[in-house]
Design a protein around this ligand. Structure first.
Ligand code: ZN
Length: 256
């Protein structure tokens, strides 16, 4: 069956002398892999359209149950050149793409597609606070995938203003205030400030996420919470190669 889709290229690998296998996230069908024959030749009709992170419009032969589909045509809808021009931006974009690539349990297609697209655009256009785009993406994506943490109020007494010290249950995706005390499952202490930031990241339009002023220590705490949260709810997200790469890159950049 000939199908059309809007897609974001999550990653690509070379196949033989002239072809590529692309992993795509489509608005219509979620994740698919396609073979792009002859896509690496200098006279290829695809030219630069099949670069990672590109938003493309596709025509392909789709067969249900087949692991690899066959690309027939592709054209660029939007590309994000600064993601390829800057190492740090590329590493951040790769984290989002790996999360979507690995989460086979994801529920919808259109919502995560738009979230990823807006996040890539924000990363491409932004200059400061880019890490915050990834934080908002992680929280909003995992919520769309069906694991939404409830951060609006204490789980027990429904008090909405967090205390100076609160208890967060990663497993249950809820927190309690200091009076209500420990939740049954393994909890971690979190400051009210971090709860407020998590709420903000969960609800902010992704193109505004970079505006947050997050001190380094709070940012690291949020990153640790988010990593643990993804790991606890989706096993396939327990280890992300792109996050290792990002940490290594930060160390190297820190040294220079
Ligand atoms: Zn309470």
């Amino acid at each position: 069956m000939i199908s059309k889709a809007e897609a974001i290229i999550l990653h690509s690998r070379k196949q033989g002398e002239t072809s590529k296998i692309l992993t795509l996230y489509t608005r219509e069908r979620g994740k698919i892999s396609v073979m792009a024959k002859g896509s690496r030749g200098v006279r290829s009709k695809y030219l630069g359209s099949l670069e990672t992170f590109n938003h493309v419009s596709l025509v392909f032969y789709y067969k249900e149950g087949r692991q690899l589909q066959y690309l027939s045509d592709a054209s660029i809808v939007e590309s994000f050149p600064s993601l390829h021009g800057q190492l740090g931006k590329m590493a951040l974009a790769a984290v989002m793409c790996e999360i979507i690539d690995k989460n086979e349990q994801e529920a919808g297609h259109a919502e995560p597609f738009h979230l990823l697209l807006q996040a890539l655009r924000a990363l491409n256009d932004g200059e400061h606070g880019l890490r915050n785009i990834i934080r908002a993406f992680q929280l909003q994506y995992i919520s769309q995938a069906g694991y939404e943490p409830i951060l609006d109020a204490c789980y027990y007494c429904q008090k909405s203003a967090p205390d100076e010290l609160n208890f967060l249950s990663i497993e249950q995706g809820v927190y309690s205030c200091s009076q209500c005390g420990f939740l049954q499952q393994a909890s971690r202490h979190v400051s009210g400030y971090v709860i407020e930031l998590l709420r903000w990241f969960k609800n902010v339009p992704i193109d505004k996420a970079s505006l947050a002023q997050v001190p380094k220590s709070a940012g690291e705490e949020i990153d640790a919470i988010l990593a643990e949260y993804l790991k606890s709810h989706v096993e396939a997200l327990s280890h992300l190669k792109s996050v290792d790469h990002l940490k290594k890159l930060q160390l190297e950049l820190g040294k220079s």
